[in-house]
Design a protein around this ligand. Structure first.
Ligand SMILES: Cc1cc2nc3c(=O)[nH]c(=O)nc-3n(C[C@H](O)[C@H](O)[C@H](O)COP(=O)(O)O)c2cc1C
Length: 194
């Protein structure tokens, strides 16, 4: 699939079939993540591939519900996680990205933005969701979950955090594209606002 086509046509998919996704396909998706750029090539990301239905269900339980005045809505990602055969959990080693690399690192950030782990893992995630899309599979990136709860379920050690997770499966819906801001609203010439 051509790269611009993949970028434009990938959609968040929240309804899935229970069809299998084999290990080779999952490896191809992880491989796309592995080749993402990262701060000083520190590659702070770690990926957990969850196939165990019990563990998937426990992680799905950590997703936050949306509280409206008259009702509480489940995060649609929870049903998705319980339907698909594979969940990819993206973790990060803390105190690496945004710091001096390798042996020089004492975990002190070099820039005023602190630890760049969110940035690096996001690049890996974008590579992976695009790769999944190119392979005919759907994903939805999930951010609204209780990370400490998910870390406990998954046995994530100290010094690492769960950043995000995404189900991978055969779509049971056509994704509808939410509108994007016009380029004129978000891109400037030479200086801010021009
Ligand atoms: C950091 C991040 C967190 C997100 N968290 C959730 C989530 O918790 N639940 C959900 O259903 N979608 C979640 N999404 C998906 C967004 O709602 C979706 O990407 C956005 O509406 C644009 O739609 P598209 O992905 O189809 O282009 C998240 C996306 C990102 C990038």
């Amino acid at each position: 699939m051509e790269v611009f086509e993949a970028i434009k046509n990938r959609r968040s998919i929240r309804q899935y079939k229970a069809d299998p996704v084999d290990d080779k396909t999952v490896e191809a998706i992880l491989e796309a993540g592995r080749w993402a750029p990262s701060w000083a090539n520190t590659q702070c990301w770690r990926f957990i591939v969850v196939r165990d239905p019990k563990i998937k269900a426990e992680v799905a339980d950590s997703l936050m519900k949306r509280k409206l005045p008259d009702k509480v809505l489940d995060n649609p990602g929870a049903t998705a996680i319980n339907t698909v055969p594979v969940l990819i959990v993206v973790c990060a080693e803390m105190g690496r990205s945004g710091c001096r690399p390798g042996a020089e690192s004492d975990g002190t950030p070099v820039t005023d933005k602190g630890d760049w782990f969110m940035f690096d893992t996001a690049l890996a995630v974008q590579n992976m969701v695009l790769a999944a899309h190119a392979l005919g599979l759907g994903t939805v990136i999930i951010g609204a979950f209780d990370a400490p709860q998910a870390e406990k379920t998954l046995g994530v050690p100290d010094g690492y955090r769960v950043v995000t997770l995404f189900p991978v499966g055969v779509p049971a819906q056509e994704g509808k594209a939410p509108p994007r801001k016009e380029l004129s609203e978000i891109a400037f010439k030479d200086k801010w606002g021009k």
